[in-house]
Design a protein around this ligand. Structure first.
Ligand code: UDP
Length: 260
């Protein structure tokens, strides 16, 4: 499959066209941003780890019948995905209150919720991804009632599956963000899971020590982001050795050369 022109560049990923109009390549960058782009940095190796972790989680979700955009991982930084029309909503799932909700509602950090809480944010960087209600989604046609019902069912199953998967390796799934997209296949319109699921988009705490193993290490200047993401990958059984960053760089240089 041939890699085509760049279609879109986001904060942490780039999307390239391919020779198949239904498929695109998702490239994981090392860039990290937080607080609506106010804090920025490049953390060598982050993209490689997110590519692997997201591939692992999405393929496991496929196994339990959650349709998603992943076709296959191509290399250290790229995967082939189905081209979808992204629904402009960030679906935030919370099992434990931390981050923005604690400030917004004055809830004590670490409060365990009786049941998963689903929040909706409009995907709009200029507006700072504002929190919205289901009524806004319907009023402004960001998604239909039937799409929302399907998405909500999928989200509960994804959350249950991921809580169990992480619990099995000594990690608490505190909260995470999901995105969904519309897929036209065989004349049918379907809503499927899209984007990525990784320590960039989840909060993951060690079950015993509550050590943060996610992007909060960057947001809160805790350092050691790569060791934390590596720990997640190792516990999930998808990485058996320390990531060889010099090898990553060689791959990066090679792929840059090839593209020229
Ligand atoms: N999240 C994300 N992208 C966003 C906003 C949130 O992946 O643009 C994830 C974040 O990593 C966390 C969860 O969604 O796992 C809830 O984030 P919160 O609203 O607390 O965001 P904060 O403002 O604290 O980063």
């Amino acid at each position: 499959m041939k890699k085509g022109k760049k279609l879109y560049e986001g904060k942490a990923k780039i999307i390239y066209a391919t020779s198949d109009k239904n498929l695109v390549i998702q490239y994981f960058k090392d860039d990290a941003t937080a607080f609506n782009n106010l804090k920025k940095s490049t953390i060598e190796g982050k993209g490689v780890l997110n590519n692997r972790i997201s591939e692992h989680i999405l393929s496991n979700l496929t196994q339990i019948g959650i349709k998603n955009h992943l076709v296959k991982r191509l290399n250290m930084r790229e995967q082939i995905i189905k081209l979808v029309e992204i629904i402009p909503i960030e679906f935030i799932v919370r099992n434990v209150a931390t981050g923005s909700i604690t400030k917004r509602l004055g809830i004590e950090d670490g409060t365990v919720l009786n049941q998963p809480l689903l929040e909706y944010c409009l995907k709009d960087d200029n507006l700072g991804d504002p929190l919205i209600a289901e009524e806004h989604i319907l009023a402004f046609d960001w998604a239909t009632k039937s799409e929302l019902e399907k998405v909500k069912k999928m989200i509960l199953r994804i959350n249950d599956f991921m809580i169990g998967m992480f619990r099995g390796v000594g990690i608490k799934l505190i909260d995470f963000k999901l995105e969904f997209g519309r897929l036209k296949e065989n004349g049918k319109n379907e809503v499927i899971l899209a984007d990525e699921i990784s320590p960039d988009t989840c909060r993951l705490w060690d079950s015993i020590t509550d050590k943060k193993l996610d992007k909060d290490r960057f947001r809160k200047n805790l350092g050691d982001l790569i060791p934390a993401y590596t720990e997640v990958a190792k516990r999930l059984g998808i990485l058996h050795e320390q990531l060889n960053l010099s090898a990553v760089n060689v791959t990066k240089l090679r792929s840059v050369k090839k593209r020229k």
